[in-house]
Design a protein around this ligand. Structure first.
Ligand SMILES: Cc1ncc(CO)c(N)n1
Length: 223
């Protein structure tokens, strides 16, 4: 799974943190079906709240964009998060007796607060690229995990989750976001972005967001 040209460079720069994120025990538990249901539901309730704030961060990207094409791509991502991806959370929780009002009113876990507000702050304190570097691990990491699990899943109760992230809608979003990031990098940093003085800081933002993803899975496992 490559998703453009910038993402593979950021992923490589994140080193072992990327593996810790995408092959986390929580992920492996969804793959082979051994993840306890209580851990999954705890994660899913928090992830609903995550998506609320993640949608706000992508909305901030609309305001930070510098071209109409960027605005359209970010607005489309907001739409996909609020109207496609969240359906998984609402329907799965409804089947477990948790209403959407209860989801919205749930208390945010510290790991959730840390991650979503870190991403928002990347956008508030930086420019469009700072925000993209903080958003990329979430979108593209789940794209990678979904694709791998769809090919390697055992007998698991988490097939709906896997199908959501391996499915065409989500994978289309991943490809669009990868293209958005590649275009944004070229537009702002020119033809050799890795030589830009900004490059190491963008890589660091990506790695920090990746580590916050690891903590998010950990929150699901241990409460
Ligand atoms: C924590 C987290 N990261 C990434 C995604 C993908 O959007 C998600 N739903 N939740």
């Amino acid at each position: 799974m490559s998703y453009g040209t910038t993402f593979p460079l950021w992923r490589a720069a994140a080193g072992g943190a990327w593996q810790d994120y995408t092959c986390h025990a929580f992920v492996e538990g969804m793959r082979d079906g051994t993840l306890p249901r209580a851990a999954f539901l705890r994660y899913l309730v928090q992830d609903y709240l995550f998506l609320v704030h993640f949608s706000r961060a992508w909305s901030l990207a609309v305001t930070k964009a510098e071209t109409l094409e960027e605005m359209r791509a970010c607005a489309a991502t907001v739409h996909a998060l609020l109207n496609d991806e969240m359906r998984l959370h609402i329907e799965t929780c409804a089947a477990a007796g948790i209403t959407e009002a209860e989801l919205y009113a749930a208390r945010e876990a510290p790991q959730n607060l840390a991650y979503t507000r870190y991403v928002m702050d990347a956008g508030h304190s930086g420019d469009f690229l700072d925000l993209m570097a903080a958003l990329a691990p979430c979108v593209l990491g789940y794209g990678e995990i979904g694709t791998r699990l769809a090919a390697a899943a055992g007998d698991t109760a988490y097939a709906d989750w896997i199908a959501t992230y391996a499915g065409d809608d989500y994978q289309d979003t991943c490809r669009a976001v990868a293209g958005l990031i590649d275009g944004a990098v070229a537009y702002r940093l020119g033809p050799s972005p890795t030589d830009s003085p900004r490059w190491p800081r963008l890589c660091a933002r990506f790695e920090t967001a990746t580590r916050l993803e690891v903590d998010f899975w950990g929150m699901g496992l241990s409460g």
